[in-house]
Design a protein around this ligand. Structure first.
Ligand code: ADP
Ligand code: MG
Length: 500
């Protein structure tokens, strides 16, 4: 696709302004399966160990070795296919993808090519919040299994020369999940990645930890004139390892392509890298095609055959997924769609919520405490709920201390960050911090009397029917007691004195 689209010209289009174009994005995600050993060898999957600690002759492709497929990896791959509404095929084929790389000792990578494990699925994205949230389905072209390569370590401080090879990662099982070119903006691409990661974690297929390289993305992008039927030429942004970089890189690449198209120059199919410092993309190599890899079925491996019973058994073992849980939370606990969605975004958070409700009782206050205070503390501490010291029982106990007037809501909230970080006994903490609510009338009565004496006008207004004034007077008493008064007790004393 070359040339400048008529719509763009008519709209008084600035060079590099993407507004005249439709953005088309398709993502390839590589996700590490959560297995104990590698895809075709018994070497354990390790992270952060000394280089070449976990290698086996199969990972090295030594003469005479034969790959043996990891059955658990297959189960996990089936699970991922089913959870994303794919057809999981009873027969799929492992192929050799041939290329040279220093960290690929066999000279080929075992992948699936013409006959992948699963095809034709979709995931649903939710955009926007609350009742106005919009749903959009993004098609999945395919999900296949493959092995990871090793790592080249470029380190100038190493004696002799700078580059060494670590094969701990060689042969680690990956899923490649390829989307249709249906994403329409960098933000939507980010949403897709977060949603997909959420699904894979929900079904225990992968930890999908970005920092450990367990969830990586290549992003394909093209532009076309709005309304055009044909796709433009794509470029592929390689190895983006954070959601923010994916969005930034796509923004930069949209600008680069738009400027080319505006100038009447063609976009060349290429593999690109993104530099997060200059915030620009640059061409690494003009794009290779599938033919370049000389794929052929791996003669060492028989076709992977699954029985319909095996596929159905895996389907039966799938846990409740986020969407189903969200609907259940709305009906079972009477939560708003928005709250239910936030609580079900991660399975551990949803489990934490349900365990707290079991320990406490009513669901709505539990949802409020989690969505407001707990999530805030987790955010500040950059922690996920599974890494928090707070337990459901502790949170239930904390909320009860407010209900029974032992401390104020404000006092209890001030303890949440500490409980999330270190845990502890809320009752003891309330005592230690001196944040018990003051409820005894010996302390509260004089405070109330002083407030009433100082605000005679407001007392008149209240007695004249302006019942809202009570809240103002309550506020004054709370202030006078340094926020420590039990609001229930204050309200009672005030009402008695005003109405009595
Ligand atoms: P390759 O391995 O050669 O990159 P794949 O088929 O594995 O090819 O992945 C192609 C990816 O590029 C898919 O996610 C697909 O949606 C996306 N894609 C294909 N054509 C375009 C295009 N014209 N514009 C944007 N994305 C595209
Ligand atoms: Mg690919």
């Amino acid at each position: 696709m070359t040339g400048r689209p008529a719509e763009a010209r008519a709209a008084g289009h600035r060079p590099g302004d993407p507004n005249g174009y439709e953005v088309v994005i398709g993502l390839e995600v590589h996700c590490q399966l959560r297995t104990a050993s590698k895809l075709f060898s018994p070497a354990p999957v390790v992270y952060d160990r000394e280089p070449n600690h976990s290698v086996h002759p199969i990972c090295l492709g030594l003469p005479g070795v034969l790959p043996v497929l990891n059955g658990h990896a297959v189960e996990l791959a089936i699970r991922a296919g089913l959870a994303t509404h794919c057809s999981v095929h009873e027969c799929s084929i492992f192929a050799r993808k041939n290329y040279f790389y220093p960290d690929l000792p066999k000279g080929y990578q075992i992948s699936q090519f013409e006959e992948p494990l699963a095809t034709g699925g979709w995931i649903e994205l939710l955009a926007g919040e609350g009742e106005v949230a919009e749903r959009r389905r993004i098609g999945l072209t395919r999900i296949h299994m493959e092995e990871d390569a090793g790592k080249s370590i470029h380190d100038a401080s190493i004696a002799g020369h700078g580059t060494q090879v670590d094969l701990n990662r060689a042969g680690v099982p990956l899923l490649e999940i390829v989307s249709e070119p249906e994403l329409r903006s960098p933000a939507e691409a980010g949403n897709y990645l977060r949603t997909l990661r959420g699904i894979l974690r929900y079904i225990d297929v992968s930890d999908a930890d970005l920092e450990k390289g367990q969830f990586r993305c290549d992003a394909n992008l093209s532009l076309r004139a709005k309304g055009a039927a044909q796709l433009g030429t794509r470029t592929e942004l390689k190895n983006l390892n954070s959601f923010r970089f994916v969005e930034e890189a796509l923004e930069a690449e949209i600008e680069r392509q738009a400027a080319l198209l505006d100038a009447g120059e063609p976009v060349l199919q290429a593999t690109m890298a993104y530099d997060s410092v200059t915030r620009r993309t640059r061409v690494l190599r003009l794009k290779e095609n599938a033919d370049d890899y000389r794929y052929f079925p791996d003669p060492d491996l028989v076709p992977l055959r699954l029985s319909p019973e095996q596929i159905e058994r895996v389907r039966g073992e799938l846990p409740e997924l986020a969407e189903a849980k969200r609907v259940r939370f709305e009906t079972q606990y009477g939560l708003s769609g928005y709250d239910a969605r936030l609580l079900t975004e991660s399975r551990t958070l949803a489990d934490f919520f349900e365990a707290t409700v079991a320990a406490y009782g009513p669901a709505k206050p539990v949802a409020n405490w989690i969505l407001r205070d707990v999530l805030q503390a987790l955010g500040v501490q950059e922690r996920e709920i599974e890494a928090a010291a707070l337990t459901p029982e502790t949170l239930a106990c904390l909320i009860r201390l407010v209900d029974t007037g032992r401390t104020t809501a404000k006092g209890a909230r001030s303890l949440v960050p500490e409980l999330v970080e270190r845990g502890g006994d809320p009752e003891a903490l309330v005592r230690e911090r001196g944040i018990e609510a003051v409820a005894d009338s010996g302390t509260l009565e004089p405070a109330v009397d002083e407030v009433l004496a100082a605000h005679g006008d407001d007392v008149e207004r209240y007695r004249g029917g302006e019942k809202r004034v009570l809240n103002f007077l309550m506020g004054q008493v709370m202030k006078k007691t340094g926020g420590k008064a039990d609001p229930g007790a204050v309200r009672e004393i005030l009402a008695r004195k005003l109405d009595g």
